[in-house]
Ligand binder design. Structure first.
Ligand code: PAF
Length: 285
C-alpha cells in the first residue's frame, strides 16, 4: 500500500501499535537496490509491520548538487518493496513534507562536522531534520540504516538519543557488488570506464585495514597509503580518506580499539563514499 498523507500513515501505524504490533521503518530516497532490500528484510524478520519511506529530501542537497537528476522510479520501487515483504510505503510530495519554509533545523553539531560535514556543510542538518520529521510521523519503531553511510548512522543515532525519540536505530551491513563496490543509487551516474575503476574505494579500505591488522596505529600513515591507492584510478578525484575512532569519527592520537576507515571519491558527476572498520590489535578500546 502506498500512502502520501502524513495523517493517514500516523492513523494506520497507531492502529497497528494499538493492536500490539511492532513497527520497523526503513527511510530511503527511492531508486531502491539490493542494499535497501537487505534493510527491509532485516526489518521484516524483526517486526510485525514494515514501513518504507520514499522521499528525495531537498533539504539535504546543496545548490549545484544532484537534487534535480536524482534517479526516481516509484513503480519499480513499489515492486522491490513488495518483493521484500514491506507492508506500507510512505511516498509524500515535497508539499506534504514541507508545506512552507521550515523554521526548525536539527543540527547534531559534533558528529556532523567532520568528514562529509566538512565537504557538504548543509547536508547533515538536512538529513537530521527530515529523519526527525519521519521519526515523528512513524512513531515508536525500530529504524534501519545502512552502514555505507556510517556518519549518517552516527548522526541519527545521536539525534534519537539526545532528543529521547522512541526509536531504536539499527545499523545494517553494507551490501556490495561482486567486485566490492558498495551498492548505491548514485552508481547509475558512473560511465562504463568510471564503473570499472570504482572498486578502488574498496581497495583503499582493504589497504588501510591490512595496515591496522599488522599493528599500524598512526592515522597519517594509513591515510597516506589509502590516498596512494585511490591515486591508482586515473578517473578518481579524492575528497578525503580518514582513519578515525569508530565512535567519535576523529583521531585523537594513535588509533586504538575500534577504528573506522572512510573514503569519499568523485568520478565525473558521481560522488561515492564507503567505509569499513577494524580493531587495532592489542590496544585498549
Ligand atoms: O540515506 C538516505 O537515503 C537519506 O539520507 C535518508 C536517511 C532517507 C534521509 O533522507
Amino acid at each position: 500500500m502506498v500512502l502520501g498523507s502524513i495523517t493517514e500513515v500516523r492513523r494506520m501505524l497507531d492502529a497497528h501499535r494499538a493492536a500490539g504490533r511492532s513497527i520497523g521503518f526503513v527511510p530511503t530516497m527511492g531508486y531502491l537496490h539490493a542494499g535497501h532490500q537487505s534493510l527491509m528484510r532485516a526489518s521484516v524478520v524483526a517486526n510485525d509491520i514494515t514501513a518504507v519511506s520514499i522521499f528525495v529530501n531537498p533539504l539535504q542537497f546543496a545548490a549545484g548538487e544532484d537534487l534535480g537528476s536524482y534517479p526516481r522510479d516509484l513503480a519499480r520501487d513499489t515492486d522491490r518493496c513488495a518483493d521484500a515483504g514491506v507492508d506500507l510505503i510512505f511516498a509524500p510530495s515535497v508539499e506534504e513534507m514541507y508545506p512552507g519554509p521550515m523554521a526548525t533545523v536539527v543540527d547534531v553539531a559534533s558528529v556532523a562536522s567532520p568528514l562529509e560535514g566538512a565537504f557538504r556543510p548543509e547536508h547533515f542538518a538536512g538529513v537530521a531534520t527530515v529523519v526527525a520529521k519521519l521519526f515523528s510521523i512513524m512513531g515508536e519503531c525500530r529504524a534501519y540504516f545502512g552502514e555505507k553511510d556510517w556518519q549518517q548512522v552516527a548522526v541519527v543515532t545521536r539525534m534519537a538519543a539526545d532528543l529521547s525519540m522512541p526509536v531504536e536505530v539499527v545499523p545494517c551491513p553494507t551490501m556490495r557488488e561482486p567486485d566490492g563496490l558498495a551498492m548505491s543509487s548514485r552508481n547509475v551516474y558512473l560511465t562504463p570506464d568510471e564503473r570499472a575503476e570504482a572498486p578502488v574505494l574498496r581497495r583503499a579500505l582493504d589497504a588501510g585495514l591490512a595496515m591496522i591488522a599488522e599493528g599500524e596505529t598512526d592515522p597519517a600513515m594509513i591515510e597516506a597509503v589509502m590516498t596512494d591507492t585511490v591515486a591508482t584510478a586515473s578517473l578518481a578525484a579524492l575528497d578525503y580518506v580518514a582513519a578515525v575512532q569508530a565512535d567519535t569519527l576523529i583521531a585523537d592520537g594513535p588509533l586504538h580499539g575500534e577504528v573506522r576507515l572512510l573514503v569519499a571519491v568523485r568520478f565525473g558527476t558521481a560522488r561515492l563514499i564507503d567505509n569499513d572498520g577494524g580493531m587495532v590489535p592489542g590496544t585498549p578500546a
